[in-house]
Design a protein around this ligand. Structure first.
Ligand code: HDE
Length: 710
């Protein structure tokens, strides 16, 4: 029986401890088992040696020097010193989850890709969401594009669809990517601002790069401040090809549509969320998956042929352009469900290596110059980041189908050819051989032309789709774009850059340009930027581009924050909670003390947040379930007033018990009661409130709030 040694504290310990008398155990196959004392495994070094004392270094005398003999100390410290790997040069901050892709119907007509052949078949997948510009420790609600990278472990190799939550990009040629990213990230001398594009370098580059104007409209819209990773779309961006068994090609654009609809937050809210919970998106995804509310997206395809490509208004190879959904309807072909968090963040989310060139037979590239540049960059970057060519041996990157090749050796090789043969062809009759029928066949596109550094004429219209995006937004969304541009440009120190941006906006929408110029104090108005092509005014608005009309049908997956005090009406609290749960929403309680409150029926109700730690920005809607006695302490608390005032200014629905009226008054809302403030007690109030919640926001309230008329 092992001799128990009391765990040592960090207090100095002058005597050495004796090695325990555990036995090395062997399993039935003779394999070594971990040392164990009872149910607790014994700590070992990386070499498997059992450790006696992990609290005190080996030293000479109680107050003497440490000694080099201490191989355990050396190994522990050495490993710690080497824990970090380079963060991704872009998309450094990310969060991933496991799940599966399920095919609806066979797509054999279009593609021989194995995952699309059998209806109902599920293929394992891993998704990593990310922000682009910020470093690994930056906040989740930065105004930024979100990466939406999907790895599907198909039976014929991994397919990586490395997309974003925005269907267009800043540039038309990969050679400009290093400049774009240098300009977007923190400025090199001062190392700030981090995770923000609101600075001179970014807007300098952008204003000198007119091809980015469509993307500028997207990034200044609410798309870049999503409420949840679960409530945003994903896009493959480029045109790809699907190739069927007869080697026929169909062009395709990939879209991921969130089942729970689209939703973003307000900018002022985003700023506050970053302070209240910098891990807001991570926590949201973690909580959703851990509670069994698995996020889901539908894969929809825009499929088209060469004839469509030739007749379409824009070049389908130009990654700064979309094909509006009203022009070419996306077809649903399957769904992606995320149902499991990684066991370890580093092993999986940090070490996952996405590469655009990972395509299985049946999926091929187009000549989009950005895509082709990416196909070089991703393999290259993984070598640096993961330290050697064997990163494909890591479980998160390894295919889940059989694989055989003669690649060998290299740092950390965990798989090497077995036997004498490590080449082919060979006379030993050993090892794998290529298969012209089953293997990957590139689409035999005919290519010709002069070798030159060129940009096609068909890429020259930089403003028409930017305008189309802008005119497709609701009034509130247009206001948000104007405010975002004003905010970002207000941080730009060089007036010439601000003016140059306004000169581009004049080519997109004159009212937008005038609003931004007026808010920035630019006088006189600059001339419109020189444009290679005039802006087409005849493109129809595309309602699919607006978030507003594509929200959820109900409160499902959203969160109600209920501010409670002692004496809260127990029946009302239960009624409201049950109604929200029925809607598949989530309820969290905020109380003056996190220990909870005593309800009207004398029962103690635990809270998830104390008032200072649970501001209303963390919730989609709020309710104030107070009592006349309980409200007294709250009205004088700044955090309680902010809770209410913020919920109001962020255009949220607020349900309240009449006892909360003094708090509403203190928050300056006594005369501002609108249809979004709903008195709760009684069946009618409760159901009216719950019915309204699915609308999420009352954007109509916003102009009066902005003008301080609330
Ligand atoms: Fe990336 N991009 N990118 N990108 N990208 C990377 O690869 C690059 C582009 C995207 O969660 C890097 O593994 C070039 C478009 C996502 O691990 C790097 C160009 C789109 C992720 C790289 C682009 C993306 C990356 C850095 C211009 C949307 C995160 C770390 C030609 C369709 C993947 C890494 C993850 C990551 C290069 C443009 C999406 C350096 C050269 C367009 C979602 O290889």
């Amino acid at each position: 029986m092992a001799k128990k040694t009391a765990p040592t504290s960090s207090a100095q310990k002058a005597t050495s401890v004796t090695i325990h008398d555990q036995q090395m155990q062997r399993g039935p196959g003779g394999e070594l088992h971990q040392f164990a004392e009872g149910d607790t495994p014994v700590l070992t070094t990386a070499q498997g040696g059992p450790v006696a004392d992990d609290q005190n270094s080996l030293r000479v005398g109680a107050r003497g020097p440490l000694v080099v003999d201490d191989f355990h100390f050396r190994e522990k410290m050495f490993h710690f010193d080497h824990e970090r790997i380079p963060e991704r040069v872009v998309h450094a901050r990310g969060y991933g989850a496991h799940g599966y892709f399920e095919t609806y119907e066979s797509l054999a007509q279009y593609t021989r890709a194995d995952l699309f052949q059998r209806p109902g078949e599920k293929t394992p997948a891993f998704v990593r969401f990310s922000t682009v510009a910020g470093n690994k420790g930056s906040a989740d609600l930065a105004r930024d594009v979100r990466g939406f990278a999907v790895k599907i472990y198909t039976q014929e190799g991994n397919w990586d669809l490395v997309g974003n939550n925005i269907p267009v990009f800043f540039i038309q040629d990969a050679i400009k990517f290093p400049d774009l990213i240098h300009a977007a990230k923190q400025e090199p001398d001062r190392a700030f601002p981090q995770a923000q594009t609101a600075h001179d370098n970014f807007w300098d580059f952008i204003s000198l790069t007119p091809e980015s104007m469509n993307m500028v409209m997207w990034i200044m819209s609410d798309r870049t401040i999503p409420r949840s990773l679960r409530f945003m779309e994903g896009f493959g961006v480029h045109t790809f090809r699907l190739i069927n068994a007869k080697d026929e090609s169909t062009f395709v654009k990939f879209h991921w549509k969130p089942k729970l609809g689209l939703q973003s937050v307000a900018w002022n809210e985003a700023v506050k969320i970053n302070g209240a919970d910098p891990d807001f998106h991570r926590r949201d995804l973690w909580n959703a998956i851990q509670s069994g509310n698995f996020p889901e997206w539908e894969l929809q395809l825009q499929l088209f042929d060469q004839e469509f490509a030739d007749s379409f208004d824009f070049d389908v190879l130009d990654p700064t352009k979309i094909i509006p959904e009203e022009v070419l309807k996306p077809v649903p072909v399957g769904r992606l469900v995320l149902d499991r968090m990684p066991d370890n963040f580093f092993t999986e989310t940090e070490q996952v290596a996405f590469m655009t060139q990972n395509v299985p037979p049946g999926i091929d590239f187009s000549n989009d110059p950005l895509l082709q540049g990416r196909n070089f960059s991703y393999l290259d970057t993984q070598l640096k980041r993961l330290g050697g060519p064997n990163f494909t041996h890591l479980p998160i990157n390894a295919p889940k189908c059989p694989m055989h090749n003669f690649q060998q050796d290299g740092h950390m090789a965990m798989r090497n050819p077995v036997g004498r043969t490590n080449y082919q062809p060979n006379s030993h009759g050993e090892g794998p051989r290529e298969s012209p029928t089953r293997g990957y066949r590139h689409f035999p596109a005919e290519e010709q032309g002069t070798k030159a550094r060129l940009r096609p004429e068909s890429f020259a219209d930089h403003y028409s789709q930017a305008r189309q995006f802008y005119i497709s937004q609701t009034g509130a969304e247009q206001r948000h774009i104007a405010s975002a541009l004003t905010f970002e440009l207000s941080k730009v120190e060089m007036p010439v850059i601000r003016e140059r941006m306004v000169s581009h906006l004049l080519n997109i929408d004159e009212t937008l340009a005038a609003t931004v110029a007026q808010k920035l104090g630019i006088k006189p108005m600059p001339k419109p930027a020189d444009a290679a092509m005039p802006t087409r005014q005849d493109l129809d608005p595309s309602p699919a581009l607006s978030i507003a009309g594509r929200g959820p049908k109900r409160f499902e997956g959203r969160k109600l924050g209920i501010l409670v005090t002692d004496g809260v009406d127990a029946k009302l609290l239960k009624g409201l909670t049950d109604a929200i749960l029925k809607e598949k929403g989530v309820v969290e309680l905020i109380a003056p003390k996190v220990g909870g409150v005593e309800a009207s029926d004398g029962k103690l109700i635990e809270a998830q947040h104390m008032i200072d730690g649970g501001p209303s920005v963390l919730f989609d809607a709020v309710a104030l379930l107070t009592s006349t006695a309980g409200i007294e302490d709250l009205v004088d608390e700044a955090a309680a007033r902010d809770f209410v005032a913020d919920a109001f200014q962020h255009c949220k629905f607020i349900g309240y018990d009449p006892s909360a009226t003094p708090l509403l008054a203190k928050a300056g809302l006594a005369d501002a009661l609108d249809e979004g403030l709903i008195e709760l007690p009684g069946e009618a109030g409760l159901s009216a409130f719950v019915a309204e919640l699915g609308k999420l926001r009352i954007w109509g309230r916003e102009p009066s709030v902005k003008l301080g008329k609330a």
